[in-house]
Design a protein around this ligand. Structure first.
Ligand code: MIC
Ligand code: SF4
Length: 644
């Protein structure tokens, strides 16, 4: 039978279950990706499993987020991670080597393999035909230990690209077009598979822009075939041994189909403060901007920076614009420097930042108060930039550079002839900042500074859950609202007691005191609760504060799994009137929860004040058992054969 690319990869990795829509399956993982802000916890969790080295083919830990060292915390974490990796058989990409997804694409992607990453943009690898899935750190720790990764068999959406992009329109506009059509919830439970004659004209980094931002659709993953264009990329990377052709069978059938005619797309822009708030450039043209940033794992490749550099030749950034460039990797910076790209960026007045995430997640570059800013990034959730009431627009590198030149949002087609970027014959390849693990692990001592606090582990589930509603939030609440982004808070990722002080700070500064006073309780939320990042701290810190369950209309995939991993029960309302009726302080009592989880019932009965309502709970027996054990770590240690 004809198979999609997704079916081919999943079936060759299937470890458990049957590939039937919405059923839980377990897959074997080839490679894992960790980054510093999620990796410190994942390393502590891996350590708690008592396994000497990764059971998967390769594990790489990157330091790309917490690069600012205004105090000891981040430096401590870097040293902890480097020594940990050396001892535990993990490759270590040093600070300055680049953003995990960009470096992974360049140096570690392999068509047809499965990558599990502790970062929501792990699907970036799909640009090179690798199936990348973003998850919480604990799922990565378990996969490193050799455990399968479990998830619901997603729908496969075939996206046929026809025609060719017009000049000044780029692959960012393709994914913005999908976000315009489908919204930030439109990809939940789906893998997007791209095909058609239109893909031929898109290079691997352009494809990776699309698969990267598929995360903003809520998708499980996104993937392109591995073809001659992919081959060219592997030749440049001097990794021909890792390339192989791979595509869907010609008559493969998708669960859903989407067609995009590339000739019809025009430059688009996501307006404040959601990646789904997409408009045509013409609708916001003329809006003044105080800051422009080109970078992030979405648009910081060699191609992006060379296009920008060529556009800037003989031009200068507007006097009222603060113009930042964040190269995606050291490889990008080395090659644009060799090819003359860096010079015109500097001459045009750009501030060149470190190869890394930088301002994308509020690590520096916070914009001024009451001003509009535009960035080539993937996310613009409220206050993610570090400034209260921020107004962040998201667009392609081409649209961003036009704004930098004119000081206002401008259709880039007004810049004249579109510069052609010709890929060089050869790339400078230098892996000297990727450190191999020690060949004598027993001699390596792990250095733990005072910022590394022990991992909090909860006990098994209580028999009755009782307490009050501690907070009620609306739809599409992102993890940036639950545990904020930004340099100050992110430096506390290896210190759960300290980071817990910030839970819900942007939404309700009284939350933490209330949770303490009431000795825990419940969170009530609307649709798509926990969209955005994979940060498990958005579950771990509420767990630390005694949150027992989250009652929501619906959940984002990664956050749903993270809640279960830390023993917080995600429960879905059967009726929206129940969500509407609940308010701050409503009393909830769920009796005999363990018995209810052990039954075959699809929902639990909960007493709210004096009424009884029914709430849907995870259906899989495995997930229910994890909840009863008090989370995935307890479950893995007690039940599984991987933990020693
Ligand atoms: C993000 O873009 O939000 C992050 C920061 O990369 C997160 C990971 C984190 O919170 O550490 C993600 O995308 O998963
Ligand atoms: Fe880093 Fe931003 Fe990409 Fe997250 S989205 S990995 S913060 S560049």
């Amino acid at each position: 039978m004809a198979r999609t690319l997704t079916e081919k990869i999943l079936s060759s990795h299937l470890a458990d279950g049957q590939m039937k829509l919405s059923e839980e399956i377990g897959i074997n993982v080839d490679r894992v990706l960790l980054q510093d802000t999620t990796g410190t916890m994942a390393c502590l969790q891996f350590e708690a499993l008592n396994i000497p080295k990764p059971a998967c083919e390769r594990a790489v830990q990157y330091v790309d987020h917490n690069l600012l060292q205004v105090s000891f915390e981040n430096a401590d974490d870097h040293r902890f991670l480097q020594t940990f990796c050396s001892k535990y058989g993990i490759y270590f990409s040093k600070p300055g080597n680049g953003i995990c997804h960009q470096v992974n694409l360049e140096r570690f992607s392999i068509p047809g393999e499965v990558l599990l990453g502790a970062d929501s943009h792990t699907p970036t690898a799909g640009g090179a035909g690798m199936l990348g899935i973003g998850v919480g750190g604990l799922d990565v720790a378990v996969a490193m230990g050799g455990g399968a990764f479990y998830f619901e068999m997603p729908k496969t959406v075939g996206v046929e690209l026809k025609g060719r992009l017009k000049p000044w329109v780029s692959s960012k506009d393709i994914i913005l077009e999908l976000l315009r059509r489908l919204s930030v919830k439109g990809g939940l439970g789906c893998i997007f598979e791209y095909y058609g004659e239109g893909i031929k004209s898109l290079s691997v980094p352009e494809r990776a822009t699309i698969t990267n931002m598929g995360a903003e659709l809520g998708a499980t993953s996104s993937i392109f075939p591995s073809d001659e264009t992919t081959r060219d990329f592997f030749v440049l990377q001097k990794r021909m041994q890792d390339w192989k052709p791979l595509e869907a069978d010609k008559s493969a059938v998708y669960d859903e189909n989407i067609k995009i005619n590339l000739d019809e797309i025009e430059p688009l822009i996501a307006c404040p403060s959601s990646p789904g708030n997409v408009k045509k450039i013409s609708e916001v043209e003329g809006t003044e901007v105080s800051q422009v940033i080109i970078g992030s794992c979405t648009n910081s490749s060699y191609r992006d920076l060379m296009v920008v550099s060529k556009i800037l030749k003989g031009r200068h950034a507007h006097s009222s614009v603060d113009f930042h460039i964040n190269p995606g990797s050291r490889q990008v910076l080395q090659n644009i420097t060799r090819d003359g790209g860096l010079e015109s960026l500097i001459t045009a007045g750009a501030r060149i930042f470190e190869n890394g995430c930088d301002g994308c997640v509020g690590i520096g570059s916070a914009p001024p108060t009451h001003s509009n800013v535009i960035r080539s990034f993937n996310r613009n959730f409220p206050e993610r930039s570090g400034t209260k009431d921020d107004k962040v627009f998201l667009a392609s590198s081409e649209v961003c550079v036009a704004a930098a030149i004119f000081g206002k949002i401008t259709d880039p087609r007004k810049l004249g002839e579109y510069p052609k970027v010709i890929w060089p014959k050869e790339f400078v390849i230098d892996d000297s900042m990727i450190i191999s693990p020690s060949s004598k692990p027993s001699e390596v001592e792990i250095v733990r500074g005072p910022n590394i606090k022990p991992l909090p582990i909860r006990g098994s589930l209580e028999t009755d859950l009782a307490g009050e509603v501690l907070i009620k939030v609306g739809d599409d609440v992102s993890t940036d609202a639950i545990v904020p982004a930004g340099a100050a808070v992110m430096a506390l990722r290896s210190n759960v007691p300290a980071i817990s002080e910030y839970v819900f700070r942007p939404v309700d500064p009284g939350f933490v005191a209330r949770a303490r006073e009431k000795k825990g309780g419940f969170i009530v939320a609307g649709q798509n609760y926990g969209q955005g990042s994979s940060r498990e701290h958005a579950a771990l810190a509420p767990m630390y504060l005694g949150v027992k369950a989250v009652l929501a209309m619906s959940f984002a995939r990664i956050h749903y799994a993270n809640l279960i991993n830390f023993g917080i029960i995600p429960m879905e309302f059967s009726e929206s009137k129940d969500y509407e009726a609940l308010k701050l302080g409503s009393k909830i009592h769920i009796g005999n929860i363990i018995k209810q989880l052990n039954s075959n019932k699809l929902s639990v009965d909960a007493k709210i004040d004096s009424e009884t309502i029914s709430l849907h709970i995870p259906t899989s027996k495995r997930l229910r058992e994890i909840l009863i054990f008090g989370g995935l770590l307890n479950y893995t240690r007690k039940k599984s054969s991987i933990s020693k």
